[in-house]
Design a protein around this ligand. Structure first.
Ligand SMILES: Nc1ncnc2c1ncn2[C@@H]1O[C@H](COP(=O)(O)OS(=O)(=O)O)[C@@H](OP(=O)(O)O)[C@H]1O
Length: 215
């Protein structure tokens, strides 16, 4: 999944949370920002943390597709993923580095215990959105209000969409930048990356106690 520039919002900039309300801040780059866990812990050590993860190989290709859409003439995925296009995997490239979930989680576990996290499968968010959102609602201590009946599969988009937008009566899919086609990446490149990530994925499964089924 793609990341936005890191914005560490001081509490004063966040909306006031009234009784019975939950304030949610969504900044994907927090997960991979060294200072984020300490700062968030300093602001509120009881914060609940939701991390959406998908197969790091697909994530890297998705990230590349997003950059490519804004940067015509970008070098090929292979040229960026491997040093000199064919050497070792280039972990300095953010699209690769972000997928090292176990390493990023290590940094967070120095400040927050595991039960404070919910790990959401990006794959199941597509195949079973109501199921994953059920877990999110439970984790947040909410009644399960969002269920299967709120979603339908939109064949044109190729993704689940909401039957009705909040406060509206029309169906609502996510925007064009979510679920765009991925460029074709040679099978050998995908295989090398899959092999590269395998030990990191296994460690991530052990740390979280969840097998995401990427290998
Ligand atoms: N319902 C639905 N509709 C469309 N897209 C969906 C949906 N559920 C999950 N996804 C996946 O979300 C991916 C884009 O999310 P990102 O994490 O990149 O978004 S963000 O920029 O970080 O906000 C996007 O990745 P790409 O397919 O690579 O575009 C989707 O696979």
């Amino acid at each position: 999944m793609t990341l936005e520039p890191c914005r560490l919002e001081p509490r004063s900039l966040m909306p006031r949370t009234l009784d019975g309300q939950i304030t949610i801040e969504k900044t994907p780059s927090y997960f991979v920002t060294r200072e984020a866990p300490g700062r968030i812990h300093g602001m509120s050590p009881d914060t609940k943390l939701i991390v959406v993860v998908r197969n790091p190989v697909t994530r890297a290709i998705s990230d590349y597709a997003q950059t490519l859409s804004k940067t015509p003439g970008l070098p090929s995925f292979r040229a960026l993923a491997f040093r000199h296009g064919r050497g070792p995997v280039d972990t300095a490239w953010s699209a690769v580095r972000i997928g090292l979930y176990a390493q990023h989680l290590d940094n967070w576990l120095r400040f927050f215990p595991l039960p404070r996290f919910l790990f959401v499968s990006g794959e199941r968010l597509v195949s079973d959105p109501a199921g994953e959102l059920g877990r999110v609602q439970d984790f947040l201590g909410l009644r399960r209000v969002v269920t299967d009946k709120h979603f339908y599969f939109n064949a044109t988009k190729g993704f689940p969409c909401l039957k009705k937008a909040q406060g509206g009566s029309r169906p609502r899919c996510l925007g064009k930048s979510k679920g765009r086609p991925h460029p074709r990446v040679p099978e050998a490149v995908v295989r090398r990356l899959r092999d590269f990530y395998r030990p990191f994925n296994r460690r991530f499964y052990q740390m979280t106690g969840q097998d995401f089924g990427w290998d």
